[in-house]
Design a protein around this ligand. Sequence first.
Ligand code: ZN
Ligand code: ZN
Length: 264
Amino acid sequence: MEHEALIRLSAFTGLFTLFAVIEALVPRRARTQPRSTRWITNWAMTLLDSLTLRLLALALPLLAVGAAVDAQTNGWGLMNALDLPLWLTVVATVLIFDFAIWAQHLITHKVPLLWRFHRVHHADRDIDVTTAIRFHPVEIAFSMLLKIGLVYLLGPPAIGIILFEIILNGTAMFNHANIRLPLWLDAIMRRVLVTPDMHRVHHSDIRNEHDSNYGFSLSIWDRMFGTYIAQPTKGHDAMTIGLQWQDDRPSRLGWSLTLPFRSK
Ligand SMILES: [Zn+2]
Ligand SMILES: [Zn+2]
């Protein structure tokens, strides 16, 4: 636990670098926007997200992992009431929280107020490894509050939450990366995991396509609940990524941060 921050940061920077190198070597699609402005905006957004979580940690004063420790100390939550082996609660935590994030993602597409914030992620004109870190700070704070609520309800082990968050971070960077995977490998992987081709459908400008494939780590929830679309109708090269703003505005930080507060 004492090395938690270091482990998280190493996993994040290591995987970010790995996927960034792979997408530069074997890209799936040609870019529509210059990388420099987009990357600065998406990176700035993730720095603002970290700052928001730090402020939230001061106010609450617990984030999800702290809440898990707190719940365990007090014997709160379902898993703390049951005497289950640690490995089982860790596996259950990763699965249940992955399902929860899938459900939350679906809801953010259905509730107009939540969609206002989530559309900042979708407005990105290209999809690559930095799209995975492009979320509005309000959405990040909302997501953390939901997660903390679920932690108190379920009482998962702290190590399970850490593992879940590292896996989610890593798989999100993987499935947003502009990587050309051999089709046979994509077909095998997507039976269980969300691949870049599968998540790219979710970034289509066509409504029924971006209202599908909500998974971040596991592909099983979309198949189970009928929200799975295998491929974009126009194909991966011809499809349009983003929303109605097909110009350079989504690459700008100020425009992206204020997007939820505009009517159109
Ligand atoms: Zn979405
Ligand atoms: Zn996405």
